[in-house]
Design a protein around this ligand. Structure first.
Ligand code: ARG
Length: 460
């Protein structure tokens, strides 16, 4: 069968090799629900403005609904000569309704159709991602109460830095995913514009009502420039970027927990349901879920590059290159959704090895900066205190003891004004309690942040 997109201008049939090369049905069939929804809204508008009758609209609507059910049931055979999902659905309509079906494509092109379908699909997908992010935030937040008194070493350069409360650590990820959710919402605003009615590139001479179709499809408004819209894939690139930041956050978290689950760190026990074994080494419990999260994030970032490169040399407006946008787009959403689906139960079901963490908490001089600030509060210039505490830490290191175990004479040999009250800020527990700044790991600050998030997430 000749392709319906080949008009009477053609004198030769399509080479079959081109059909196989140009098809997109193998990946765009997943747009079918959105395509049918867009077509029903379009047909209703055509009847409102008098381009088709209301009876014709009803026939089209009912037939499209049946076609949707047929695709849903896997009963529609896909054929390369019909290229894409848009042509398959239109052809099925024509087979059912004849000339009435031939009217659906009035004042419409596949260029505005594919853009509209993709916007509808991306809008739904962004909503799914937002719900998964909210669930992951709830998973991190759910750890805060039970772990409130647990103290963890915070690292910079992967070297022990300062002590933090475990809930401060859990909330760090709640914040990261909150920014991701803001990016999702912001991106969604630009996705949520209706391309339908732009037709091929210049609009149409027919008296359509773009506001009606935009409203029927839940878009905020129709897009304002047909030439821009026909070429615009910013909304996909932004989505791929938003997904990349989510993947980056998940990948960093995965890397951290892979380290934390080693014998060397021994900070966390991962749920066995999300670990795998080794075919040769019987003792192995491997963190494959986390490794795959780290690994799959590479594809998500690669997809963003693919989409940017795809559009970078395109003159206005639609170019067939744009058909290549869907595999990376779908892959990014599929991958990030799967990553998020597994991250939430991993976070809920992992256990901190509190004893192992506590056993080694006084290693690494997590309280050194607190001691320096204690000296500053007593009037010593920061640079002087920094140097002095470094020397005291050096002495503690040579004795292989924590600062809290140094006798007062050692402190006084470095600075005679130091008295016994110095021990009030030494040791990780005292050091944590000494914090006071906004956003710090001070217990009352962390308590307030936990409560803020509990309210925010409960009311979201
Ligand atoms: N399958 C095409 C795509 O995904 C649909 C648009 C085709 N338009 C065209 N003028 N050939 O982009």
């Amino acid at each position: 069968m000749a392709s319906p997109s080949r008009s009477g201008v053609f004198a030769a049939d399509t080479d079959q090799r081109l059909e196989a090369y140009a098809e997109s049905i193998s990946f765009d069939s997943r747009l079918y629900r959105h395509d049918i929804r867009g077509s029903i809204a379009h047909a209703e508008m055509l009847s409102t403005v008098g381009l088709i009758s209301s009876k014709e609209f009803q026939q089209i609507r009912d037939a499209l609904t049946e076609i949707g059910a047929e695709i849903e049931a896997g009963k529609m055979p896909f054929r390369f000569e019909l290229e894409d999902i848009h042509m398959h659905i239109e052809q099925a309509l024509i087979e059912r309704l004849g000339d009435v079906g031939r009217k659906l494509h009035t004042a419409r092109s596949r260029n505005d159709q594919v853009s509209t379908d993709t916007r509808l699909w991306v809008r739904d997908a962004l909503d799914r991602v937002d719900a998964l992010l909210a669930d992951l935030q709830r998973a991190f937040l759910s750890r805060c109460e039970a772990d409130f008194d647990c103290i963890l070493p915070a690292y910079t350069h992967l070297q022990r830095a300062q002590p933090v409360l475990a809930p401060h650590y859990w909330l760090a990820y709640v914040e990261k995913f909150a920014r991701d959710r803001e990016r999702v919402a912001d991106c969604r605003r630009r996705v949520n514009q209706c391309s339908l009615g732009v037709a091929a590139v210049a609009g149409t001479t027919l008296p359509i009502d773009r506001d009606q179709t935009a409203a029927a499809l839940g878009f905020v408004s129709p897009t304002a420039n047909s030439l821009d819209t026909s070429s615009d894939r910013d909304f996909l690139i932004e989505s791929a970027f938003v997904l990349s930041t989510i993947a980056l956050h998940l990948s960093g978290w995965a890397e951290e927990w892979i380290l934390w689950s080693t014998v060397e760190f021994d900070f966390i026990r991962l749920p066995q349901a999300f670990c795998t074994g080794s075919s040769i080494m019987p003792q192995k419990i491997n963190p494959d879920t986390l490794e795959l999260t780290r690994g799959k994030s590479a594809r998500v970032m690669g997809n963003l590059q693919t989409l940017m490169l795809l559009v970078k040399n395109l003159p206005l407006a639609y170019n067939r290159d744009l058909q290549e946008d869907k595999p990376p787009l779908f892959d990014s959403f599929d991958t990030v959704e799967a990553m998020l689906e597994l991250a939430a139960p991993m976070v809920r079901e992992s256990e901190l090895n509190r004893e192992k963490i506590a056993d080694r908490l006084e290693k690494g001089y997590l309280d050194a900066t607190t001691l320096m600030e204690w000296m500053i509060r007593r009037g010593m210039p920061q640079r002087t205190a920094h140097h002095l505490v470094g020397a005291i830490v050096g002495e503690a290191m040579s004795r292989d003891v924590p600062l809290a175990d140094l006798p007062i004479e050692v402190f006084q040999s470095h600075a005679p004004e130091i008295d016994d009250s110095v021990y009030d800020v030494l040791g990780s527990r005292n050091a944590v309690d000494a914090f006071c700044s906004y956003g710090s790991t001070a217990p009352d600050q962390v308590r307030a942040q936990v409560e803020r998030w509990q309210t925010a997430i409960a009311t979201a």
